[in-house]
Design a protein around this ligand. Structure first.
Ligand code: GUN
Length: 293
């Protein structure tokens, strides 16, 4: 069994990006600038956005965090998005999800300029992704592809089972793994909360990508020997004995499933750090596109 070490690979990617930024600075060019909008005080979202902004600093990007109160109206958020769309200093930006209930998420995501949509959530970019056109690939799926690529995990002709159909992970992942490329070229089954007899499907899988958010969901008896496991779950479980008051766990019973797996991502330290690295990569790409326009 080999660990797919997202922490290590994400650090390599950040070093590669930092080297490119250093060259941009030497040439006297503007460095990439990422903005992140967060509405409300959700603890997990604040942690993620904080990490995204710190990672920007580490690679030499400029970053802006836009914090709006939980009571922000849809109109106010759309106005802020318009400002970011037209600000020539900003190369790319994200609106951290989830948004408070008074705001229509689809309307917000459609308001983002597709050329600055480094999350790849705008329907135009999502459509381009599905049609194999060059675009921003959502950061978590992009990070999973990069992990499979850097560890040279064989995907061609394999049966990939995706668990969860979210717009951020499951749905794009199911499209990307079936694309005619590497990583890809696999036969994909997309499973979700209404799937019957899921064990019957997961035991046929060569690769399982679980993005459900249910701690310990995937058990050893649900997988076959030599399976490749990608655990996208990041759930905070309350635990008074820890300083932070919680611990982070994935969808997979790591202790037992890892004994059968050929490759497996840990939680934390697997997919999570890759998401941030690929957001930086998309921001670098956005800067290059703006320069070449
Ligand atoms: N919430 C959970 N994951 C993500 C992500 O990748 N991007 C944004 N914007 N919000 C998220």
């Amino acid at each position: 069994m080999e660990i797919l070490d997202g922490k290590k690979i994400s650090n390599q990617i950040k070093e590669e990006i930092a080297a490119e930024v250093a060259q941009m600075k030497e040439r006297g060019e503007k460095v990439p600038h990422l903005a992140a909008v967060i509405v409300g005080n959700d603890g997990a979202s604040l942690t993620y956005v904080g990490s995204k902004v710190r990672s920007c600093e580490r690679v030499g990007f400029e970053s802006t965090m836009v914090r709006l109160p939980n009571t922000t109206s849809e109109q106010e958020l759309l106005k802020k998005i318009h400002e970011l769309n037209v600000d020539p200093n900003i190369d790319g930006f994200i609106v951290q999800l989830p948004l408070p209930p008074q705001i229509d998420t689809q309307r917000v995501l459609m308001a983002v300029d597709p050329d600055k949509d480094v999350d790849g959530f705008h329907p135009m970019n999502f459509g381009k992704m599905a049609l194999d056109m060059s675009t921003f690939i959502p950061a978590t799926p992009f990070g999973i592809l990069e992990l499979l690529d850097r560890y040279q995990v064989e995907t061609q002709g394999k049966h990939t089972v995706v668990i969860g159909r979210s717009h951020i992970v499951g749905r794009p992942m199911s499209i990307l793994m079936g694309r005619k490329s590497f990583p890809g070229n696999s036969t994909v089954t997309l499973t979700h909360s209404r799937t019957k007899n899921i064990s019957q499907i997961t035991t046929q899988a060569d690769i399982i990508i679980s993005a459900l958010g249910v701690p310990g969901f995937l058990k050893a008896e649900m997988v076959k020997d030599d399976v490749v496991i990608i655990d996208v779950g990041i759930t905070r479980v309350p635990d008074e004995s820890r300083e932070r008051g919680y611990y982070i766990t994935g969808d997979v019973d790591f202790e037992n499933v890892s004994k059968k797996a050929s490759y497996i991502t840990p939680v934390p330290g697997g997919v999570g750090p890759m998401t941030i690295a690929m957001l930086l990569k998309n921001t670098l790409l956005a800067r290059e596109r703006h320069r070449n326009r």
